[in-house]
Design a protein around this ligand. Sequence first.
Ligand code: UDX
Length: 426
Amino acid sequence: MNICIIGTGYVGLTTAAVLADIGHHVTCLDNDPNKINSLQKGIITIYEPDLEDYLKRNKTRLSFTLNMKQAIEPAEVIFITVGTPSNDDGSPNLTYLFNALDELSKYMNSYKTIVIKSTVPPGTNIQCHQRLQQNGVNQELYSIVSNPEFLREGSAVYDSRNPDRIVIGKQKEDHKSISIMKSVYEGINAPFVVTSLSGAEMIKYASNAFLAAKISFINEMAQICDQYDVDVNDVAKGIGLDPRIGPHFLQAGIGYGGSCFPKDLQALEFSAKKKNIHPHLLKAVQTVNHAQSDYFLKKVKEHFPNTLCTLAALGIAFKPNTDDIRYSPAIKIMKELHEKGYTIHSYDPKATLPNELKHILQFRSPYEAMKNVNGLLILTDWDEHKNLDWKKVKQFMKGQVIIDGRNCLDPDVIKQHGFTYIGVGR
Ligand code: UDX
């Protein structure tokens, strides 16, 4: 099929790479000339495992353009994967989505399936339909399909190639889109969940809200565990073996971050309140999450009451295997410690500090960052941080306290090397 993808961020590029890998011809469209220029040269500006390989090996079926007409006219299916960042009031900003629809409306020369993959609140896909009608697009020329993504940064390509499910939202009277979407995803082995347009939008939000709730739940348990000398990792294992609970997303730490959970929970809360629903649970999940980084900071201050000391902080990205720093709890923690007077030596295998924190030192190796420091903080659970040479760490560090904000180290191993291990609920 001829597929056009509007928006070349994480979701757009990953979708493009995987659809080209299946055998489709994919044209990626963006209005950022720098991005398109780089992509045409085979350069991607984000770090995402396997993405570059996929783009390279499918390059004969992939093209990148700024030209809307060239991208839209031959397309049978158009994916919209533009960003929907938060407005100040917590609602998502839908400007990029509506702009894309307005632009593509001008080139609707044949029947096209318009697939909204951007994360949008319930009711938005119906608004998209109305928008096309207002733009004078003949109703016979298109269907709107909602097809949310569930890919995790750091394993986005794998998740897109091996999804747990493919959610398709469509209008009741739309009898064409299911078979078209089955052709789009031919070769991908996953169950289809077919629902209404708003149903698909809700599945996406409910899914992220539930996962975030699991994280806040285990973080709250961790605070209780700390008071009773219990290891929260044992609790996570003990409850996770119950299939009704499941083992995933029960890693306590410094709270969730990233470009999805914080924004999507806010947006769902906003959508609920708009209809006079008071989402107590959604609010609590967010409150616990905000408090979790403060809880970690309290531990740091307890163990290092002298704010003139130097601490190594391993991890800048919001999670491992990505260079994404959006809403990273690691950054929030470093910023706060720096403001309190601590000297921070940071390190991350891929991510860099944002401009506002450029006065914090960033080192090129974890060991360099640890030289003569009073303590070590683990803020992102990269494999590199879990597999440090602890003998070497001991030689480099001046102090002996390690505070593991991701509960990703084995306390026994750390203690055997002569350190004091502090986790979150351990
Ligand atoms: C998430 C969803 O998982 C994905 O399905 C959705 O489409 C986009 O949002 P992502 O933001 O890439 O993906 O990362 P995810 O792996 O979900 O982690 C989110 C945050 O939660 C990270 O900061 C991570 O460190 C934290 N986390 C995750 C925990 O603190 N504990 C856990 O047990 C799991």
